[in-house]
Design a protein around this ligand. Structure first.
Ligand SMILES: C[S@@+](CC[C@H](N)C(=O)[O-])C[C@H]1O[C@@H](n2cnc3c(N)ncnc32)[C@H](O)[C@@H]1O
Length: 231
């Protein structure tokens, strides 16, 4: 089976950036930002913390992180798509910095962040092991990594209904709302080759990240998986 093609992923997000946020609201039935808030809560951030949001896109997680770390904290959102970052509208008070960069080669020094988040990110990366290496490298010992992504439900009936929604319904919505169905076919397909929970545990474990929490959402069609970098 083919893997993820970086150039194709760049092209997808360049083309859908203009309606990315709206499409998220529609396909999640208005629940997407609540899931991002849950993700940020898993970081258990204190006022003044340093947080990084990888594949920040339009910075919807990064803005939630900003609220969690307060005025004394600092949040950085990193993404390789200038088109997605352009839609982010970061607050002008300097609390959130948006940086263009590759998740597989993060432009930050070692042990800098108390928390790293990644929403709908790892699934889109061509080298999951390299992503894990980079996340572990920039985290402080004891720091948290929380990821939110699509998951294939365990229940066979729910799984097939979900597959129908992802493979058949969402691309039609993508065509109607964004004018580009292929991007959303890619989303459904990338889930089919996405390492499952146990495989992710193994990959991240190689770099000292230990799973401490796993919360399934929408009948297991999505999940938040949280890790701590062992000291
Ligand atoms: C599905 S969007 C997720 C955006 C955001 N995290 C959210 O909650 O909606 C995936 C993002 O990952 C970015 N991306 C994909 N591969 C990347 C890479 N190798 N380095 C940096 N960003 C990447 C894309 O540009 C896109 O903005």
């Amino acid at each position: 089976m083919k893997g993820i093609n970086d150039m194709y992923v760049r092209d997808i997000f360049a083309r859908i950036s203009w309606r990315y946020d709206l499409m998220n609201v529609v396909m999640s039935w208005g629940m997407d930002q609540a899931w991002r808030r849950k993700l940020v809560n898993k970081c258990m951030l204190r006022e003044g913390s340093m947080a990084l949001d990888v594949c920040t896109g339009t910075a919807m997680v990064a803005k939630e992180l900003g609220r969690a770390v307060g005025k004394g904290g600092k949040v950085i959102g990193v993404d390789f798509s200038p088109e997605m970052l352009a839609m982010a509208r970061a607050p002008r008070d300097g609390s959130l910095a948006l940086v263009r960069g590759d998740a597989l080669n993060l432009p930050f020094s070692d042990s800098l962040f108390d928390c790293v988040t990644a929403a709908y990110c790892i699934r889109n990366l061509k080298d999951k092991r390299q992503a894990a290496r980079e996340i572990a490298r920039v985290l402080k010992p004891g720091g948290r990594f929380a990821m939110l992504d699509l998951e294939l439900p365990k229940n066979p009936l729910i799984r097939e209904l979900y597959r129908f929604y992802l493979h058949k319904v969402i691309p039609v919505l993508g065509w109607l709302i964004v004018g580009y169905a292929d991007a959303y076919e890619h989303m459904a397909w990338s889930l089919e080759i996405f390492p499952n929970r146990e495989e992710r545990k193994k990959i991240l474990g190689e770099f000292g990240l230990k799973e401490v929490d796993y919360e399934p959402l929408i009948f297991g069609g999505m999940a938040i998986q949280t890790f701590v970098l062992q000291k």
